[in-house]
Design a protein around this ligand. Structure first.
Ligand SMILES: NC(=O)c1ccc[n+]([C@@H]2O[C@H](COP(=O)([O-])OP(=O)(O)OC[C@H]3O[C@@H](n4cnc5c(N)ncnc54)[C@H](OP(=O)(O)O)[C@@H]3O)[C@@H](O)[C@H]2O)c1
Length: 290
């Protein structure tokens, strides 16, 4: 099964290592207000043109939003989509709610929302109950066996994923935060040792961490806010993406103008030692609660 997963995803090896984060499609988890549909079309289309083909969708409206955009663009076949076990609360309609275990019928609903016939990657986010987690993993494996999901993955597996899930586990990838406030280095290393593909998220922690660093630099050194924001965004993105054992980076983008800057940052490669020291020193100056 593992070799089939690797071969099936092999044709996607030519994509850039950036992944558009699903929070780009909802207003709550970022600095900007909700993006207009036209802006979403522009962002997704520019990213596809640039070779960014992977899209993450965590919360339910993110799947609906991305599905609408891909349908309008007629480019769903170009997208490699990551989906998760987050669903609207049936009683309240709220969607920023904790994950729940997958149920029969969920995959049909997710594929319909996204307008695709199969998912490249399905995250099985643990729900904190061993029986429920076993049951949902079995269900996800059944979806994989019938060909509607290519690879299964897990969220934030900790520093000993081999102990937690066993060396012979159903997963082929992991997603975990990695940024200057939280590097999760041991987790990335151990996940890579299991042969998993690793996805870092949150280089700017919703943009809030970036804002705190900008504020701090402006206060401490009188830097110009816009130029320091650009310099910091570049350094923070490269810190996350080029960390040890990180394969790809999921990043939120609500403004088309960030695309060129972020692609340029990818092109610059790992941080030089002096850049790393500048970033970590600046972070050390930032008060905890911003
Ligand atoms: N953190 C988690 O717990 C978690 C869990 C599961 C999945 N994820 C995935 O990870 C993705 C990213 O994580 P995140 O939500 O923490 O966001 P993030 O990528 O760390 O930050 C997104 C923010 O960065 C800003 N930004 C992007 N490029 C920029 C640039 N070049 N210059 C200045 N600002 C820039 C964006 O601003 P604008 O608003 O102006 O575009 C956006 O508000 C999510 O969308 C989601 O798909 C995260």
């Amino acid at each position: 099964m593992m070799s089939m997963v690797r071969e099936t995803l092999m044709d996607q090896a030519d994509t850039l290592p950036l992944v558009l984060g699903g929070h780009s499609f909802i207003p709550e988890l970022g600095n900007e207000p909700e993006t207009e549909f036209d802006t979403q079309l522009e962002i997704v289309s520019k990213l596809l043109d640039a070779g960014v083909r992977c899209f993450d969708t965590t919360y339910e409206p993110e799947r609906v939003g991305l599905g609408r955009v891909l349908a309008e663009l007629g480019r769903a076949d170009r997208a490699e989509i990551i989906a998760w076990n987050f669903f609207r609360d049936e009683a309240t309609g709220e969607y920023l709610v904790p994950p729940r275990a997958y149920r029969e019928g969920d995959l049909d609903r997710m594929l319909e929302q996204l307008g695709v016939e199969r998912l490249a990657r399905l995250v099985v986010h643990p729900v904190g109950d061993d029986d429920e987690d076993r049951r949902q993993t079995n269900l996800a494996q059944a979806w994989q066996a019938d060909g509607r999901v290519v690879a299964l993955g897990t969220w934030a597996p900790g520093d000993e994923p081999g102990v937690r899930f066993g060396v012979d586990n159903p997963y082929a990838f992991m997603v975990a935060p990695r940024n200057v406030a939280s590097d999760n280095e041991a987790s990335f290393r151990a996940s890579k040792a299991l042969g998993w593909t690793t996805f870092a998220t949150s280089p700017f922690n919703r943009g809030w961490l970036l804002d705190r660093l900008v504020q701090s630099a402006v206060q401490a050194f009188g830097d110009d806010p816009e130029s320091i924001r650009a310099r910091l965004a570049d350094a923070m993105l490269r810190y996350s993406l080029f960390g040890p054992c990180v394969d790809r980076l999921i990043i939120g983008i609500r403004r088309p103008e960030w695309i060129a800057a972020n692609l340029a940052a990818v092109g610059r490669g790992p941080l030089e030692e002096a850049e790393l020291q500048w970033l970590t020193r600046l972070f050390a100056e930032v008060p905890d609660d911003g």
